[in-house]
Design a protein around this ligand. Structure first.
Ligand code: SF4
Length: 169
């Protein structure tokens, strides 16, 4: 259950005995209830896109931080995520909390942070076991350069880590 809107607190079933009160779970009267069949990763990804869209862009931590959270979540959704993205999200969450100019930025990563802590399997089943997985296909990006220069020899291709990582001389 998401209490007090997108920037509020996400409660898992084991927390349903908590009190709706200023001292425990404050609410402006807004509740979003998600059934057990809902994918809480996708719920959080949707919120991440919402906050990146809503950021007014006035201050850098929020303008950049909300976009970076979206990138991490989209990368995980594509099956290219790793523990690196999880660490990045926690790092950006702390940064948004302390360095954003207003409440929107300070709370922007709350739904991702909460679901990461309380619905971790929804994230982990999408992760690759690798510590880092590039989201960018460098060799694919060189295709137009190869086309323009008429080259397709090994030197015009990027090679992966297992082959020495780099561009052939
Ligand atoms: S934290 Fe507030 S002021 Fe700063 S960019 Fe986000 S919405 Fe704008």
């Amino acid at each position: 259950m998401q209490v007090s809107g997108a920037s509020g607190v996400c409660l898992a079933m084991h927390e349903f005995s908590r009190r709706i009160a200023f001292e425990d779970v404050p609410t402006a009267g807004a509740f979003m209830v998600f059934g057990a069949h809902r994918d809480m990763f996708e719920v959080a990804r949707n919120f991440a896109h919402f906050f990146a869209h809503e950021s007014c862009g006035f201050c850098t931590p929020c303008r950049v931080g909300t976009s970076l959270v979206v990138r991490c979540m989209d990368k995980i959704a594509k099956g290219l995520g790793s523990q690196h993205e999880i660490r990045e999200i926690f790092r950006i969450h702390r940064l948004l909390n302390v360095a954003s100019h207003c409440g929107l930025g300070q709370a922007a990563c709350n739904p991702v942070f909460d679901t990461l802590n309380k619905f971790r399997p929804a994230y982990e089943r999408r992760l690759r076991s690798l510590d880092f997985e590039p989201a960018f296909d460098l060799d694919g990006a060189l295709a137009s350069a190869r086309q323009m220069t008429g080259r397709d020899d090994p030197g015009a291709h990027f090679v992966g880590e297992s082959q020495g990582f780099g561009v052939h001389p």
